[in-house]
Design a protein around this ligand. Structure first.
Ligand code: GP9
Ligand code: MN
Length: 634
């Protein structure tokens, strides 16, 4: 203790600078960024997280010779203050934190342009007041000391590291998979601090940059050949059937196929169960419905499904493309429809920085993102993750009307999200009675979403907006993970959930609903989210030949009934392969691997080429390449 006191005394100039930077950062968190917290632990994390960075950053000064040391502290403190201040200015305009790609994305900065002076306030000078104090103190005759002994600087750095690790551990407890899954800058800054966030961002960016650097334009030729061979001609009856109509895409949160046409809470005789999705069940009769449609997402969850939809390419096997490759060149669905006269938008009542959507949506070519700021969200109309689906759809009607027609608008629902919370008044059916509370709660939230969808359809009809639209609806990813297998087995009346079942549980509902269309049917073709883009483009009468698609039009007469999941599992009409084991779909039994082997090569090529485009950012060469291919064809 004595030694620490002694040390602190000897380095009190440094200690003071640390204290200033720490408190200043916290004040900016609260006043500048207005970061809220839901519980005392969160507030504590927010308060404590600048400390380790302050010690670490200013601790660098110890590696300077004695006479430079105080100057180094002042310079480092000034740099740190500018990092804070630039973030604050950026935040005032974009309500988001600076990322490294943003620094290079001049178009974004262009938005800021002349208004940057309007963002600066006179009282911002207070941010630098501690620097002035430090300069004053450093010049004083009996200036406070900065004289550590030899090994003490290392000790100080060690303290910074230990503090950081403790902070991170607490943050992970508060937010599991904070860094691998929750790619939300708000959350990361809140939990590990703004300086560590910049380090993390730098790490992510450098990782992805390297692969891009080594790619060149010839790489795309090979990929082009592969995707060209996969192209299937559309059904001539459906091609262009929705041309000029509005397109309403609905991403249904965590909805899995196992609840469709099913009931829950039956009595011992298997009777009296409550229907889980009455509206969607009835919609099947009025739609082209796909019963063997799989989600193909990974850790990027909703964002992966959005990526699959927009690009007909696979997401990453870890992390989220939305976060790591938002700066890539794409030839995405929103920009395709936009080029064909559509107004492309997204409606979703969440923070725009969640999943880095604000950045990625620009790259995908959306004209507008109606995020939480476009909605009136307060405690009474919120539950769980935010605005309740019914209120979300109701408030979206006016937003839809505000758009030029025809529009292509994607809705992302939210209420049926883990942990599946619901207000009593919105529980139209009882919770299930399973050991897993998650599964038990899932049923009423699905039922609520089903109601919200029905409500939306009714409202569109009332407003006369239904007839002129087509509807593409799909589940974004699973809602019930393998952690709930025991309860899931009980619900499905199975002894256990095998890896075969796990793959089959990745099926999500998929509807194409065209008002007035009379060829509705249930299709059993094995398919996935990768097939959405060519399907939608063909319905709108837009040619897809020459585009880089890994999926095929779901309604194409010659389409191969087959799909690949992101982890390399795959499903055909007869076989299912997962975790190194081949299954016969009919018997659900394990069979010789030889049955699955013929698919291995094409599965690896599909995933491999899709990754290659992503990591190499190959679509930046697209136009160049097409000219080459065209001239070869001549
Ligand atoms: C958040 C919503 C949910 O905006 O899309 O994301 P998820 O956790 O499902 O990926
Ligand atoms: Mn989701």
């Amino acid at each position: 203790m004595e030694r620490i006191k002694n040390l602190l005394y000897r380095v009190r100039f440094f200690a003071l600078a640390v204290f200033f930077l720490w408190i200043k950062t916290y004040i900016i968190y609260k006043v500048g960024f207005g970061i809220p917290s839901d519980n005392p632990l969160q507030e504590f994390l927010l308060f404590i997280n600048p400390l380790s960075s302050a010690i670490f950053i200013l601790g660098i000064s110890f590696f300077f010779a004695a006479k430079w040391r105080k100057k180094a502290v002042i310079i480092l403190a000034t740099i740190a203050s500018f990092v804070l201040y630039f973030n604050l200015l950026y935040y005032r305009f974009f309500t988001d934190y600076i990322t490294i790609p943003v620094l290079f994305q001049t178009s974004n900065m262009g938005d800021l342009g002349s208004s940057v002076f309007e963002l600066i306030h006179w009282y911002d000078a207070f941010i630098f007041i501690d620097i002035a104090i430090l300069i004053y103190l450093a010049q004083k005759r009996n200036s406070p000391a900065l004289r550590p002994l030899k090994r003490e600087p290392l000790l100080i750095m060690l303290v910074a590291v230990v503090l950081f690790v403790t902070n991170l551990t607490l943050a992970q407890a508060e937010r599991p998979q904070l860094l691998t899954r929750s790619f939300d800058r708000d959350l990361i800054v809140k939990n590990i601090g703004i300086f560590n966030y910049h380090v993390y961002d730098g790490f992510l960016q450098s990782q992805t940059r390297a692969q891009r650097v080594f790619a060149d334009s010839s790489d795309i030729i090979e990929v082009q050949r592969h995707v060209k061979a996969k192209h299937e001609e559309p059904d001539p009856e459906l091609f262009g059937i929705a041309e000029g109509k509005n397109v309403i895409v609905i991403s249904m949160e965590s909805l899995q196929t196992f609840v469709i046409n099913e009931t829950v809470n039956e009595d011992e005789n298997g009777e009296g169960g409550e229907v889980i999705t009455p509206f969607l069940n009835s919609l099947i009769d009025e739609s082209i419905y796909f019963e063997n449609f799989y989600h193909q997402t990974g850790q990027g969850k909703t964002s992966d499904s959005e990526y699959l939809l927009a690009n007909s390419m696979y997401g990453r096997d870890s992390g989220s493309v939305f976060f790591t490759h938002a700066g890539n060149a794409f030839d995405a669905l929103p920009s395709n429809v936009s080029e064909n006269g559509y107004y492309a938008s997204v409606m979703h009542a969440n923070n725009k920085s969640f999943w880095n959507r604000d950045m990625m949506y620009q790259s995908l070519g959306y004209d507008r993102y109606f995020d939480i700021m476009s909605y009136d969200v307060h405690e009474e109309n919120s539950v769980g993750w935010g605005l309740k689906d019914v209120d979300f759809f109701e408030q979206s009607i006016d937003l839809l009307k505000s758009q030029p027609e025809p529009y292509y608008t994607k809705f992302i629902t939210l209420t049926n999200h883990f942990p599946f919370e619901l207000d009593e008044e919105d529980k139209f059916i009882e919770e299930g009675d399973y050991p897993s509370r998650t599964l038990s709660r899932y049923f009423p939230t699905v039922r609520y979403m089903d109601y919200a969808l029905e409500y939306f359809f009714d409202r569109l009809k009332e407003e006369g907006m239904y007839e002129d639209s087509i509807f593409i609806m799909y589940g974004d990813h699973y809602g019930i993970s393998e952690n709930h297998n025991r309860s899931m087995a009980m619900y499905l009346d199975k002894e256990e959930i095998t890896p075969f079942d796990t793959v089959q549980l990745q099926r999500v509902p998929k509807f194409i609903h065209i008002p007035g269309y009379d060829g509705n049917k249930v299709m059993d073709t094995v398919s996935g989210q990768i097939d959405l883009k060519p399907t939608i483009l063909h319905l709108l009468g837009i040619e897809t030949k020459g585009m880089f698609h890994f999926g095929t039009d779901l309604t194409a007469p010659d389409r191969e009934s087959f799909t690949i999941l992101r982890d390399g599992s795959f499903i055909s009409d007869d076989y299912l392969f997962t975790r190194g084991v081949c299954y016969d779909k009919e018997t659900e039994e394990e069979i010789e691997i030889e049955f699955c082997e013929p698919f291995f090569e094409s599965v690896n090529l599909d995933l491999g080429y899709s990754d290659k485009i992503l990591y190499g950012d190959l679509l930046r060469y697209k136009d160049h390449e097409q000219e080459e291919v065209l001239s070869q064809n001549d």
